[in-house]
Design a protein around this ligand. Structure first.
Ligand SMILES: Cc1ncc(COP(=O)(O)O)c(C=O)c1O
Length: 400
């Protein structure tokens, strides 16, 4: 089937599916099976390289979701994994070997920081962390054995924005693979492959699933990279359950409408917080005053549904605010239809050193919000009420 060339809103519904008239079900059936039977040995051999051999190798329900995601991202191909961490760890293990070196920006998801700094060294792979928006430092960190540039944008939880064209060019000029965690962006807001990035990784648990009811990872990119990663996925075994892949397909259908609503509401909430006397700083890429706002507007359709802010007070005040919220549910995830609140030092970045957190600007006062699709005025009223519990002295709000 020839690739579609529709806009992302349309690919979210029809991506990867034939538009030919036919008699049959509207939806891709769930192939809830661990294996596939064949008539004879020749068929058995033929089936090995298809998605009807054994579900750890592939499954037609996976294929439907993978094709849809590839079209959304503008990628040659995509793969599903059992979790976002599984997509990232399997991809890096597939593409690197002992003796290789990674240059990674410092502001990345805490679980990946841990993998790069504690697990990959056991396999002889070293990482140098660089300041996220200092591209000269990225270049200076490149060694003869550097193989991969690891990026995340916008970053979790400080919402820094990475220049995708510039980093893709650095990777190209030095013969490196560029890989980005695009979870916060989603292909509705940013499509890194269009800017020259080789591999896009996602925690599909978040916006792709969209309903806080499944765990999933995604890798999308160039065919040669995806083929290599597919082989490693089969060996390491981190595949998704077919039923969860079906729920993922259903979630993706509403990705565009959810993200558009979340973009609008998150900006309104960031604006509200930026004038609040109990707030010290606000991080949101499309908010006036954000240091990379022009870049964000240039390479993104919207700022996304996540923002973070520091309360004007102590870590205890931040905890009190997060507990006083009623509509923002206290839970460590993001990207769902319902709004969530979390304190990164206790959740997404609890597993990394206090020193590394300090360098990232992840303080005890920092609160991360994932804005859902509720009415924004109700969410603002909830925040206004919760902030009344902060006891610290008010100061001028900083943006960035
Ligand atoms: C930016 C980012 N990348 C990766 C992950 C890991 O994804 P998962 O929890 O699906 O393994 C997360 C999880 O919070 C995340 O926020």
């Amino acid at each position: 089937m020839a690739k579609h060339r529709f806009r992302p809103e349309t690919e979210a519904i029809h991506g990867g599916a034939s538009l030919d008239k036919r008699n049959g079900p509207m939806e891709e059936p769930i192939y809830q099976t661990s294996t596939f039977q064949v008539t004879d040995s020749d068929e058995q051999v033929r089936a090995t390289s298809t998605d009807m051999f054994y579900t750890r190798y592939g499954n037609p329900t996976h294929t439907a979701a993978e094709k849809r995601i590839a079209e959304l991202e503008g990628a040659d191909a995509a793969l599903l994994f059992a979790s976002g961490m599984n997509a990232i760890t399997t991809s890096l293990m597939a593409l690197l070997k002992a003796g290789d070196h990674i240059v990674s920006q410092r502001d990345i998801y805490g679980g990946v920081t841990k993998f790069l700094s504690s697990w990959l060294p056991k396999m002889g792979i070293e990482t140098t962390f660089v300041n996220t928006t200092d591209y000269d430092q990225h270049v200076r960190a490149i060694r003869p054995n550097t193989k991969l540039l690891y990026l995340e944008s916008p970053t979790n939880p400080t919402l820094r924005v990475v220049d995708l064209r510039k980093t893709a060019a650095i990777a190209r000029d030095h013969g490196l693979i560029s890989a980005i965690d695009g979870t916060f962006g989603t292909p509705i807001n940013q499509r890194p492959i269009e800017h020259g990035i080789d591999l896009v990784l996602h925690s599909g648990t978040k916006y792709f699933g969209g309903h806080t009811d499944l765990i999933c990872g995604v890798a999308a990119g160039r065919k040669d990279l995806i083929d290599t990663i597919r082989g490693t996925r089969t060996t390491l075994g981190g595949v998704m359950d077919p039923h969860a892949a079906f729920m993922l397909l259903r979630g993706i259908k509403t990705l565009a409408v959810r993200v558009e609503r979340q973009n609008e509401s998150a900006l309104r909430i960031a604006e509200f917080l930026s004038t609040h006397p109990k707030v010290r700083s606000v991080n949101y890429p499309f908010l006036k005053g954000h240091p990379q706002r022009a870049l964000a507007i240039d390479q993104m359709e919207g700022g996304g549904g996540v923002l973070s802010f520091e309360v004007e007070g102590t870590g205890e005040d931040a905890k009190r605010v997060s507990e006083a919220l009623r509509l923002f549910i206290l839970a460590p995830s993001l990207g769902g239809a319902e709004s969530l609140v979390s304190i990164p030092v206790l959740t997404s970045h609890a597993m990394i050193s206090a020193e590394h957190r300090k360098q990232m600007g992840v303080t005890e006062q920092l609160i991360r919000l994932s804005v859902g699709v509720e009415h924004v005025d109700d969410l603002i009223a909830d925040l206004d009420h919760a902030l009344s519990v902060v006891v610290g002295e008010p100061r001028q709000v900083a943006v960035g």
